[in-house]
Structures are given as structure tokens and as C-alpha cells.
Design a binder for this molecule. Structure first.
Ligand SMILES: CC(C)(COP(=O)(O)OP(=O)(O)OC[C@H]1O[C@@H](n2cnc3c(N)ncnc32)[C@H](O)[C@@H]1OP(=O)(O)O)[C@@H](O)C(=O)NCCC(=O)NCCS
Length: 196
């Protein structure tokens, strides 16, 4: 049977766990617990070959019109065959289907993401809540090695074909803060109406 990219199922969780934690041991990815994988199973796509998971990637919606690519991994023997690209495109298709047009990732593999149209972005443009995961990173806090990258997808009803070699609908928009900044301490917001 040819290699298949598909949504993850319950039966895949243990193999996803093994794959991700293999790279976590090499400090290339964050370790994920089984419970975290079960909780986020709907976010995952997998690459399946002869009934086994050989790659995975997840799309996590984080804010209005903003989603993160996480947990991208392809098993060593399967790398360099376009599987990482297909998994990423499956997630980007999903994002388009949901109406999310801005995607970001934190990665040490910026060369891979660059090839697929992602651009570097200063980390402070990303929402504060993403740093909650950083405390689990072996490089936190002294030596953060991750590079923040983003891509904007054109608003389109046309879904991208995961067999495409590139990301034809991807366009970069002007960079702007992705979430409004929090009010400064001591500054009271002005209330326009009467409180009920
Ligand atoms: C990064 C990773 C997912 C790439 O998967 P892959 O299946 O080998 O990648 P692909 O074969 O789809 O590569 C697509 C393109 O990116 C290029 N590429 C792949 N890895 C690259 C890297 N580390 N740096 C630069 N370019 C890279 C390929 O050469 C290919 O380019 P081409 O189309 O011009 O030939 C895989 O190496 C991996 O699982 N690494 C360990 C875990 C990890 O670091 N994950 C990323 C966390 S954000």
C-alpha cells in the first residue's frame, strides 16, 4: 500500500508518542505525554506506511485567525522523501478549511520551513500564551534556540492539494502584532456604557 497522509486516529497515539519522544530525546522537539496526545488527537495528521505511523504534524488554533504548527516529525528512514512537506500541507489545508489564514511555528529547522514559504518573525509578535510551553523545553530559559516563523495563507475556498510541490496560495502579509497588547499596569480601561 502506498504511503498515506490522513487524520490521526486513536490507534495511532502510541506510535505518535514514540516518534515524538525519540526526537525529544535528541532535543529536537518537545516531549509530549500520552495524555496530551489523547487530548489533542483531533489536531494531528499522520503519515502511514504499511500500517505504521512514520510521520506526524499538528495544527493548534491559538487565537482569532491564528494557528500554530507543532509536533512535526518524520521517522529517520523516511526523511528526505517529501513526507514532512505533505504533512505540513495537510495542516495548512486544514487551517484554510477552518478559515485561519495566519500560521506560525517555533522551530530549529528554519531551513525546512523557509523552503515551504515561511518567513522569520520576531518572537515578540507571537501571543504571550505560547510561552507556557517553553518551560518544558530543555533549552529554557538561558539558551532558547527556536526561531519563530510565520506564513499567511490567502483566503480561498480552494483547498491546497497535499501532492503539490509548493504552497501556491501562501502569501506574506505585513507583519503586525498578532494579539492586542495587555493594558499597562495601573491604567484603567475607559468604560463607555453603564455597568450592569
Ligand atoms: C524537519 C523534518 C520534519 C523534515 O521532514 P522531511 O520529510 O525529511 O522533509 P521533506 O523531504 O518533506 O523536505 C521538503 C524540503 O525541505 C528540505 N529540508 C528538509 N529538512 C531540511 C532542513 N533541516 N533544512 C533545510 N531544508 C530542509 C528538503 O531538502 C526538501 O527540499 P526540496 O523540496 O528542495 O528537495 C524531519 O527532518 C524531522 O522529522 N526532523 C526531526 C524532528 C524535527 O526537527 N521536527 C521539526 C520541528 S519544528
Amino acid at each position: 500500500m502506498p504511503l498515506k497522509i490522513r487524520k490521526a486516529k486513536m490507534k495511532d497515539v502510541r506510535e505518535i508518542h514514540k516518534l515524538l519522544n525519540h526526537f525529544a530525546e535528541k532535543k529536537e522537539l518537545l516531549a509530549r505525554s500520552l495524555s496530551e496526545l489523547y487530548e489533542n488527537l483531533q489536531q494531528f495528521f499522520v503519515a502511514e506506511d504499511t500500517g505504521h505511523v512514520v510521520g506526524c504534524c499538528s495544527l493548534s488554533v491559538t487565537w482569532d485567525n491564528l494557528a500554530e504548527i507543532k509536533a512535526l516529525a518524520v521517522a529517520g528512514d523516511y526523511q528526505g522523501r517529501g513526507i514532512g512537506r505533505k504533512l505540513l500541507q495537510a495542516c495548512l489545508n486544514d487551517a484554510q478549511g477552518l478559515g485561519v489564514t495566519r500560521i506560525f511555528t517555533l522551530t530549529m529547522k528554519d531551513g525546512f520551513f523557509q523552503k515551504l514559504g515561511f518567513k522569520n518573525i520576531a518572537k515578540h509578535f507571537l501571543p504571550h500564551k505560547i510561552w507556557t510551553e517553553c518551560v518544558r523545553c530543555p533549552y529554557f530559559p538561558e539558551t532558547c534556540v527556536e526561531i519563530a516563523m510565520t506564513i499567511d495563507l490567502a483566503v480561498s475556498d480552494r483547498r491546497m492539494d497535499s501532492s503539490d510541490s509548493g504552497l501556491p496560495d501562501a502569501v506574506m502579509g505585513p507583519l503586525e502584532m498578532m494579539v492586542p497588547s495587555e493594558p499597562k499596569a495601573g491604567v484603567q480601561p475607559k468604560l463607555s456604557g453603564r455597568r450592569r
